[in-house]
Design a protein around this ligand. Structure first.
Ligand SMILES: Nc1ncnc2c1ncn2[C@@H]1O[C@H](COP(=O)(O)OP(=O)(O)OP(=O)(O)O)[C@@H](O)[C@H]1O
Ligand SMILES: [Mg+2]
Length: 351
């Protein structure tokens, strides 16, 4: 069993604290994605779990054992990096076998493991090539292969797909997902890409400025973001946020438009609603003045402002409808899709 427990992890570089009391209980076989903007501490957290970075305070446990004092090699993990870190002078086969050779495994066992990983990853045809003779996607597979042959308790991935083109990324992320489910190895995957995070993770840890904003399943984060940050980060196009006041079961927007559905809340709020949840409605209270649009084929994304204010928002039109700049579109926002956040702290207050 290799569940991973992070208990109140803190990381400081000199006077700068870059991770603040990170907690997580990751189950055996689970695929967890750490996601957040550049500089939020994702790689630092992953490297602390790997043992490549010191722990200022707190504990990391793997399989029920505290590993703070263990060298990376003794933690029974395999890490896949963004740049793959393959040895250029070695063949694919040698790259995959190297770590096992160092550990003194018998040659027959090494050959067996390399062969098996090559079959899983479909790289058997180029085992004798050098990394420079491979495409980016093939190199990525070799890096995966090197992790698999070690048969570790845990896989750690730090943005392993970011050097690939968009199409290959989508293909590889699906392969990684399938592979992880097939092998059942507890995995932690770091990315700044929220779509990648949503599609890969059983659960997502959203990090912002070294603080865990929320840890939950993709659908939990989408349906019930606990903060404005998570609400704006998860989902594409991003959620709309409108300054508003709640009072007596009604939300009143800055331009005076009012919508039923404030629950028991009163006072200044940030009203959130996703573009895909706004419904075209001639009587709808949300009036959007069109600025520009993006025709995507299946739908058209319209960027505009809430009429009479400078507050920007995005709405979606079905099919090929294309509005003109200056047009005013009317929308309703069904109350089951409302999100109310504290105007100051950004914390969710309703529903
Ligand atoms: N060795 C170091 N010394 C001082 N500060 C560091 C060091 N390494 C990282 N940091 C700081 O710690 C913070 C977190 O860095 P980290 O590399 O973990 O971010 P990240 O979320 O992985 O970002 P990215 O998405 O750009 O890779 C950053 O503010 C960074 O400047
Ligand atoms: Mg990083």
């Amino acid at each position: 069993m290799a569940e991973i427990k992070l208990d109140s992890l803190i990381k400081s570089y000199g006077p700068d604290q870059v991770l603040h009391h990170v907690h997580a209980d990751i189950e055996d076989g689970e695929f967890v994605v750490i996601v957040g903007p550049s500089g939020c501490g994702k790689s630092t957290l992953l490297r602390m779990i790997a043992g490549l970075e010191g722990i200022t305070s707190g504990e990391v446990s793997i399989g029920g054992k505290v590993v703070n004092g263990l060298e990376p090699a003794d933690r029974d993990i395999a890490m896949v990096f963004q740049n793959y870190a393959l040895y250029p002078h070695m063949s694919v086969r040698q790259n995959m076998a190297y770590g096992l050779k160092i550990r003194g495994l018998p040659k027959a066992e090494i050959d067996r493991r390399v062969q098996e990983a090559a079959e899983i990853l479909e790289i058997g045809a180029f085992l004798d090539r050098k990394p420079r003779q491979l495409s980016g996607g093939q190199r990525q597979r070799v890096a995966m292969g090197r992790a698999i042959v070690r048969d570790p308790q845990v896989f750690l991935f730090d943005e392993p797909l970011s050097n690939l083109d968009a199409k290959l990324r989508v293909q590889m992320r699906l392969e990684i997902r399938k592979l992880q489910k097939r092998l059942g190895v507890t995995s932690i995957f770091v990315t700044h890409d929220q779509v990648e995070a949503m599609t890969l993770g059983d659960r997502l840890m959203v990090l912002n400025g070294g603080v865990v904003e929320q840890f939950g399943t993709p659908i939990e984060l989408y349906d019930r973001p606990e903060t404005v940050f998570v609400a704006g980060f998860i989902g594409s196009p991003a959620m709309n946020f409108l300054p508003a006041t709640a009072e007596g079961g009604v939300v009143t927007l800055d331009n005076g438009a009012s919508l039923p559905g404030a629950g028991g809340v009163s006072g200044p709020v940030t009203f959130g609603v996703r573009p895909e949840h706004l419904v075209p409605d001639a009587q709808g209270p949300i009036r959007v003045q069109v600025q520009v649009f993006e025709a995507l084929g299946a739908n058209t994304l319209v960027h505009g402002v809430l009429e009479g204010t400078g507050t920007e928002l995005v709405v979606s039109l079905p099919g090929h409808e294309t509005p003109a700049p200056g047009d005013v579109l009317h929308y309703a926002a069904p109350s089951e899709h409302h999100h109310l956040f504290d105007a100051e702290s950004g914390a969710r207050i309703a529903p």
